[in-house]
Design a binder for this molecule. Structure first.
Ligand SMILES: [Zn+2]
Length: 375
């Protein structure tokens, strides 16, 4: 009887997760992933523009990864800056941060996938796509070749606008953030942040860290701003609480020390996504103390102004402005704030941000507050 039960359990786990990623490695323009199962595993591949880089995402539905797979490969060269691998909700995603002009080719054979990178040699990569059978007679072999367009100028050039502002919609992709009333934080944050970015574009150079539903590691968000020499960084979030009566709006600025246990708790939740990347080096972002103090003052002042404008517009409860140690703000060289618009699990808070009108009102309240500081 026990044996049958064990067999059934094994059978159920085998159909729940069809593939198990055993390893991911990177060397000299080649990302190689191996799976435990000896069968053909074809990832879904797509590329998204991200600041000055192109983010190649390879997703493997119905997969899990073994505990020894490196979550982060920090090997910057002429092809890539790093590789992240994450598992969430029964899916494994490999994120390859491509340097500009780098083309990629994904091949897959039994139990293995390979990404071959080719810096600035688009024509060569294209050619091999046209003659795929020349190198490999395996009919199961799959090739995907993409040539990336290089229209970065609109993203980072300062034009005749004086200031550059980074708008960061919280969470994304496998990281849905807080949930409440049937909605995900990542979606509402993206909608409000997109309107804020459009609003700010009238007067500033604006970079948005994600413009659709994909995951961006927290340290990358700050790096996007630093690479563009941004003047201000604003991250948009919504809160959640175990108590349905918790409500209101609050704004945080970066502080090495959390202000009280509540601020520490919110920071802990927002930092959670990257908690698995314990070895991500934040050393690139070690804050110079003078920078830190100057930015903190400015951040705090803008945070106050953003909060005042928001509650005057929405009528939601004023929870306050707090300093907290947020991973997303930690690495930023510019003044930076994180807005918790309201509580996902409190419908009267959430309903302020569900309609296009409500989102627009919130966006212009925040935009006006920023304009008071950058003119
Ligand atoms: Zn959040």
């Amino acid at each position: 009887m026990k044996r049958i039960l064990l067999f059934l359990l094994l059978f159920v786990s085998a159909i729940t997760f069809s593939d198990t990623l055993k390893n991911v490695s990177y060397n000299n323009g080649k990302v190689i992933g191996t799976f435990r199962e000896n069968k053909q595993i074809i990832p879904n591949a797509s590329v998204t523009k991200l600041g000055g880089e192109d983010l190649l995402m390879l997703s493997f539905p119905d997969s899990k990864m073994e505990s020894g797979v490196p979550a982060f490969i920090n090997k910057s060269d002429q092809y890539i800056s790093k590789v992240y691998t994450v598992e969430n909700n029964g899916m494994v995603v490999v994120y390859v941060y491509l340097k500009p002009s780098v083309t990629y080719q994904v091949t897959s054979r039994n139990g293995e996938f390979q990404v071959t990178l080719d810096g600035g040699k688009a024509a060569t990569a294209q050619k091999s796509y046209n003659t795929p059978q020349s190198q490999n007679n395996n009919t199961n072999n799959t090739r995907i070749t993409q040539t990336q367009s290089q229209s970065q100028s609109g993203n980072t050039s300062r034009g005749n606008k004086k200031y550059t502002i980074v708008v960061d919609p919280g969470h994304g992709g496998h990281d849905s953030g807080a949930r409440g009333n049937g909605y995900n934080e990542k979606d509402i944050a993206l909608q409000v942040a997109t309107r804020l970015a459009n609003n700010l574009r009238r007067d500033y150079n604006v970079i948005i860290t994600r413009d659709s539903d994909f995951f961006v590691p927290l340290d990358t968000r700050a790096k996007i701003g630093n690479d563009a020499n941004a003047d201000f960084f604003i991250s948009i979030h919504l809160n959640s609480s175990s108590s349905s009566s918790a409500n209101g709006t609050e704004v945080f600025y970066f502080s090495k020390k959390d202000q009280g246990s509540y601020a520490a708790q919110v920071a802990k939740f927002e930092n959670k996504v990257d908690g698995s990347y314990g070895d991500v080096p934040f050393s690139d972002f070690i804050l110079n103390d003078i920078f830190y103090r100057k930015n903190q003052k400015t951040s705090q002042a803008i945070a106050e102004s953003v909060l005042n404008n928001l509650i005057n517009t929405t009528g939601l409860r004023r929870r306050g402005v707090f300093g907290a140690n947020f991973a997303v703000l930690r690495g930023s060289n510019s003044p930076s704030i994180l807005v918790e618009l309201g509580f996902m699990n409190n419908y009267s808070d959430l309903s302020q941000y569900l309609t296009p009108d409500g989102q627009e009102r919130a966006a212009s309240a925040i935009g006006d507050a920023i304009r008071n500081y950058f003119r």
